[in-house]
Ligand binder design. Structure first.
Ligand SMILES: *[C@@H]1O[C@H](CO)[C@@H](O)[C@H](O)[C@H]1NC(C)=O
Ligand SMILES: *[C@@H]1O[C@H](CO)[C@@H](O)[C@H](O)[C@H]1NC(C)=O
Ligand SMILES: *[C@@H]1O[C@H](CO)[C@@H](O)[C@H](O)[C@H]1NC(C)=O
Ligand SMILES: *[C@@H]1O[C@H](CO)[C@@H](O)[C@H](O)[C@H]1NC(C)=O
Ligand SMILES: *[C@@H]1O[C@H](CO)[C@@H](O)[C@H](O)[C@H]1NC(C)=O
Length: 394
């Protein structure tokens, strides 16, 4: 009887693993003190769950996602739930750049590269901006998040796993029309005291732009206690400037001084504190935020963005080696929630979450006047790192 039970248990455990074959194989890592548990799949080196303690010591899963992780590949809405985004995060004007970089329009030549366009009228379509204020490009064609099949939709391989960390590898062989091969290793680590750290290192075989982010959607209440949006979350961003963009969300080369604008989070504000002033701020018909803040103190790798909720008491402080951060309050979201968040009969919708994306200056490869160098090559490797420190406010 005993051996039969053990056998059944063993078989179940085995089936539990094989039910999610690679690249959707699930890896769980936990800090020894139980303060934090994170789950990942190989696909996109994506985080699928993140459990931290609220002010009552109860664990909550504070990131958006799917119960069926294969939807990361197949969901046509493609909200980009918590993967590593590359080879070039955010937008590339007209899906075009040159090396060395120059301003568009570039005459075609051997140093001009075209990446498939998937924003606005592009094919693979995650339409964050159906209508923006003014459109400069007749065709509305830009690349978003590395192309149609960016790094977030690639089958990374698991190369190393411990109880507290997991490392995935991705080899990008001139995919999507970028020059040269790039090999990337992403390592996620959790440690005592509620700390998550993610590091991505990438090497290139020839000159190429690299600009990465980790695209985590946060809701620190986890849709409990009657809460369904992030408007009451407090946000702090150590930045006096936001990158000014045109109607296609492409930089104009100018910066907006946040003083006296709804972009000013140098002192903490509730995300919704100036909500009526955010109408059309993230595009025509869009209310909320979707902009790139430039950090005032990027050199120190110090905590540049903080987010917390009085309801759950959960607070996250984010430090990074990146110079900027995109904050997007998920206006265009409409996708069924995880069961743990009240799904699937309820959807994640506008303002359900805030994506906080540590990254480089957006489309610096088409904005030479900034003198921001995002070109990597043999001998010049790329490194992205962020630390997320969780605590509670009472
Ligand atoms: C956009 O890229 C296309 C090729 O993909 C090119 O024909 C066109 O001239 C470019 N437009 C601008 C404004 O650079
Ligand atoms: C990645 O894995 C998925 C699911 O098994 C498969 O459909 C797809 O073809 C794979 N992609 C690549 C580029 O190998
Ligand atoms: C880049 O990857 C391709 C495809 O695997 C390979 O044929 C080529 O030799 C690689 N180039 C370099 C410089 O490693
Ligand atoms: C915001 O706009 C709504 C709808 O127009 C209005 O009812 C509300 O009073 C406004 N709130 C503030 C704080 O101005
Ligand atoms: C939830 O999202 C799905 C997928 O976008 C959509 O088909 C469905 O209509 C949505 N449900 C509601 C209640 O909006």
């Amino acid at each position: 009887m005993l051996s039969k039970t053990l056998f059944a248990f063993g078989a179940c455990a085995f089936l539990g693993v094989s039910a999610t074959p690679w690249p959707f194989d699930l890896t769980t890592i936990s800090a020894p003190d139980g303060s934090i548990t994170a789950k990942f799949v190989s696909f996109g080196a994506t985080m699928t769950e993140l459990w931290v303690k609220d002010k009552n010591g109860k664990l909550r899963d504070i990131i958006l996602g799917y119960d069926d992780n294969s939807l990361l590949l197949t969901d046509p809405a493609h909200p980009v739930f918590n993967p590593i985004v590359g080879r070039y995060a955010n937008r590339i004007k007209n899906g075009t750049f040159s090396i060395p970089i120059t301003k568009l329009p570039q005459p075609d030549g051997p140093n001009v590269y075209h990446i498939p366009t998937n924003d606005h009228n592009g094919e693979a379509s995650f339409f964050r901006y159906p209508v923006r204020r003014i459109s400069n490009l007749k065709s509305h064609q830009d690349t978003l998040h590395g192309g149609i099949y960016g790094w977030d939709r690639r089958n990374w391989t698991l190369v190393l796993r411990t109880p507290t960390s997991v490392t995935y590898k991705h080899v990008d062989t001139a995919d999507e029309g970028f020059p040269g091969n790039v090999t990337a290793f992403a390592t996620h680590t959790v440690s005592n005291g509620g700390v998550l750290n993610t590091v991505v290192r990438a090497t290139a075989t020839e000159k190429t732009p690299i600009m990465l982010t980790q695209h985590i959607y946060w809701n620190l209440d986890a849709f409990q206690d009657g809460s369904s949006d992030i408007l009451s979350h407090h946000l702090l961003v150590d930045a006096s400037r936001v990158i000014d963009v045109d109607g296609d969300a492409i930089p104009t080369g100018e910066f907006i001084d946040v003083g006296g604008t709804p972009f000013d989070f140098r002192q903490e504000q509730k995300i919704g504190s100036r909500w009526n002033d955010t109408i059309n701020l993230c595009g025509g018909g869009c209310q909320g935020y979707d902009s790139c803040w430039v950090y005032d103190h990027p050199e120190n790798n110090r905590f540049g963005t903080s987010l917390w909720s009085d309801l759950s008491g959960i607070r996250v402080d984010i430090a990074t080696n990146q110079p900027a951060v995109q904050v997007y309050t998920s206006f265009w979201m409409n996708t069924p929630r995880k069961v743990v968040h009240g799904g699937p009969s309820l959807n994640y919708t506008k303002w359900s979450a805030v994506a906080i994306e540590q990254e480089g200056y957006i489309d610096a490869i088409n904005t030479p006047e900034w003198n921001v160098d995002q070109i990597y090559y043999p001998g010049k490797d790329f490194e992205w790192s962020s630390t997320y420190k969780f605590s509670v406010v009472k």
